[in-house]
Design a protein around this ligand. Sequence first.
Ligand code: CTP
Ligand code: CA
Length: 228
Amino acid sequence: EAAGAWRADLAGRHLVVSAGGTREPLDPVRFLGNHSSGKQGYALARAALARGARVTLVSANSALPDPAGAEVIRVGTAAELAAAVTKAAADADAVVMAAAVADFRPAARAQNKIKKVEGRDPEPIALVRNPDILAGLAAARRPGQVVAGFAAETEDVLANGRAKLARKGCDLLVVNRVGEGLAFGTEENEAVILEAGGPQTHVPRGPKEVLAHRIWDAVLRRLGGAPA
Ligand code: CTP
Ligand code: CA
């Protein structure tokens, strides 16, 4: 939809969006990954650009075309995404973490391709936790900076979403209802935008572009005032 496209209400703002899904290498040819397409993050970037913002898009392994006018930083792993987003966040008015970040990575990365050995079971793969990028951004945010995240939930969407919002310490959490052909890789999304200490906005099933505009509306409300 074109909603918002005619008003440059994000002009003068620097907005950072992460998109796609991280990949954690196991050896030179294999990784632990996820099915995130990057569509929601890219829709956020395009919507912000249409409303006049300067946009940094940190893109993890997405095949989508660069949005015209965005600064696109391509990353692979969660550690690379953390470094790029943290750097871009330094002078950002808002950061939206739409990327699907791997919670775990292989404890070791084999230097050579892992080979199978006849008559022997494979070695188990030891995993270690990745740092929580969103929680880190929220803890380090400057006064007035808005930090938003996403959560995909299959059950008790509102209760799980509120608990996650509190745990992450961020300003906004966009909770996706997943399952039944929703979200991953599809063109449409249904979500609830939860605000810390504030209202929740239900966005009915529709194009990711529409949800993107509603998210920026909520970010802008919390930013308040004119850009610095
Ligand atoms: N996220 C992050 N760093 C991580 C994991 C997640 O920044 N290591 C961000 C995601 O980009 C998303 C939000 O946190 O914006 C929520 O991700 P989700 O996987 O729903 O949250 P988790 O805390 O990992 O909870 P769960 O155990 O349900 O996966
Ligand atoms: Ca997770």
